[in-house]
Design a protein around this ligand. Structure first.
Ligand code: NAD
Ligand code: UDP
Length: 448
């Protein structure tokens, strides 16, 4: 009431004509009279004091907030029931052991072979800093599932997009229930909208048997799928990594293959859906980079093997290993003198992450330079699995490259990466996984 009374009085003051005022000019009169009024308003009833106290309280909250959160994390680590250790809170993640990681992000549940959330409140990603949100297309496949394991172990949030054409739930089932993991059944030829920091684009069948099964679909996956993922990267400002292939070199006339080699590819052959599809995917990737400023990375992957490959996907290592375990002759195509270089999957995954996190676009060859003829490979499989294993020659497929070996000088120099695991070291690790799955299959509970 008092205030209202004062306001009406003030208004009445304004209405009183002043004898020596200049001719009517609303603008000229308004400003000089309003300014003192506002100051007057602020000074009255200790309003200024209230404002100053408010500013003081607000700024002390923001100044003290980091030390308060540190205090609370220390006190929670002192609580023996709370599994978050102060060391991990301060130093980030040092360990890659899922059981140890479970202490930071949840409890390892041996029943489900995954993590159980520990009830700690979700920290907004923007505030926590280092933790990334990452999409892995084709994440239920052979390479993708190993990559996802590494990213989850590092502490990132991972979303897998997969249509399960060649991928299997068994490859990622151990992550179900982990709050950092999400799975979306989706075909990349259709657009999708997500908010992430990085996109690893792997979705595409890799075995010749699989990609020749529906060549038009393979082209669509490589072209439309890559377009969709690049479009997403552009829209949300994410970094994009394409898993291209040594197949872009075709049946190479240069040996070993450097990234500067443009290739020798049949554009109308049975492998073209894959080879030309990946070449177009590389073109799109570079055009989005040059034209739209999308941050991109290109990996040219050479033959990779390891646990979780499909048992019968037609690729040479999985074929030979399955055949030797099942006591069947190993199928050598052609004269068996064609060469390939075989890389263990963990080496590849390390290379992909180094590439994504590094500052160089590429393309980079990621492969093991150790070169084997198919007959030599059969010998190594024989030594590893069964000295009595036999081979059987079969006609080769069309357009089969005669030789292939990566020159990895560029990856060594710019990514500080090189493979660590030789074929003789890697093969036994894959054999353990294959034996188990083939045994399960024989008992009728397996899955390919
Ligand atoms: P993979 O077949 O095991 O995995 C591919 C995954 O992509 C599968 O989970 C499959 O279901 C999924 N996928 C396929 N088409 C899709 C689509 N349209 N939408 C959504 N998901 C789809 O193959 P991989 O060996 O893990 O290869 C992964 C990537 O690496 C591929 O891009 C491949 O071209 C590349 N690469 C692999 C090798 C190798 O030796 N493994 C060599 C060169 C390049
Ligand atoms: N190959 C073979 N026996 C098999 C499968 C493949 O001798 O059972 C040969 C094939 O002809 C090729 C090499 O192994 O020369 C590698 O074939 P894969 O399909 O594994 O990969 P890519 O041809 O894509 O390198």
């Amino acid at each position: 009431m008092k205030q209202l009374y004062k306001q009406s009085n003030a208004r009445r003051d304004e209405d009183i004509p002043v004898s020596d005022t200049p001719p009517y000019s609303p603008k000229a009169l308004k400003h000089p009279r309003n300014l003192p009024r506002s100051i007057n308003y602020l000074l009255k009833e200790q309003r200024l004091l209230f404002i100053l106290v408010g500013i003081l309280i607000g700024s002390s909250f923001f100044i003290l907030q980091p030390s308060l959160s540190r205090l609370s994390s220390t006190s929670s680590s002192a609580d023996p029931r709370n599994p978050i250790s102060s060391q991990s809170a301060e130093s980030g993640l040092a360990s890659h052991d899922p059981r140890e990681l479970g202490q930071n992000y949840g409890n390892w549940d041996s029943g489900t072979n995954g993590y159980r959330p520990n009830g700690v409140g979700r920290v907004p990603v923007g505030i926590q800093g280092k933790r990334k949100r990452i999409v892995v297309t084709g994440g239920a496949g052979f390479v993708g599932s190993h990559l996802v394991d590494k990213l989850i172990a590092r502490g990132d949030d991972v979303i897998v997009i997969d249509n399960f054409f060649t991928g299997r739930k068994e490859n990622i089932v151990h992550l179900f229930g982990n709050p950092r993991f999400e799975l979306i059944r989706h075909d990349v030829v259709e657009p999708i909208l997500l908010e992430v920091d990085q996109i690893y684009h792997l979705a595409c069948p890799a075995s010749p048997v699989h990609y020749k099964y529906n060549p038009v679909k393979t082209i669509k996956t490589n072209v439309m799928g890559t377009l969709n993922m690049l479009g997403l990267a552009k829209r949300i400002g994410a970094r994009f990594l394409l898993t291209s292939t040594s197949e872009v070199y075709g049946d190479p006339l240069e040996h070993p293959q450097k990234e500067t080699y443009w290739g020798h590819v049949n554009p109308i052959g049975v492998r073209s859906c894959y080879d030309e599809g990946k070449r177009t995917a590389e073109t799109l990737t570079m055009d989005y980079h040059r034209g739209d400023g999308v941050e991109v990375r290109i990996a040219r992957i050479f033959n990779t093997y390891g646990p979780r490959m499909c048992l019968d996907d037609g690729r040479v290592v999985s074929n030979f290993v399955s055949q030797a375990i099942r006591k069947q002759p190993m199928s050598v195509y052609g004269d068996g003198k064609q060469t390939r270089s075989f890389q263990y999957v963990s080496d590849l995954v390390d290379g992909l992450v180094a590439l994504m996190e590094g500052e160089h676009v590429g393309p980079f060859n990621l492969g093991n330079p150790g070169e084997f003829t198919m007959l030599e490979l059969a010998e190594v499989v024989k030594e590893t699995i069964d000295p009595s294993a036999t081979i059987e020659f079969r006609p080769n497929t069309a357009d089969d490259p005669h030789k292939r070996k990566p020159d990895i000088t560029k990856a060594k120099e710019y990514l500080n990466w090189e493979p660590k695991i030789s074929l003789r070291e890697g093969l036994p690790r894959m054999v353990t996984d294959f034996r188990k799955r083939i045994l399960n299959e024989d008992e009728g509970k397996g899955n390919k």
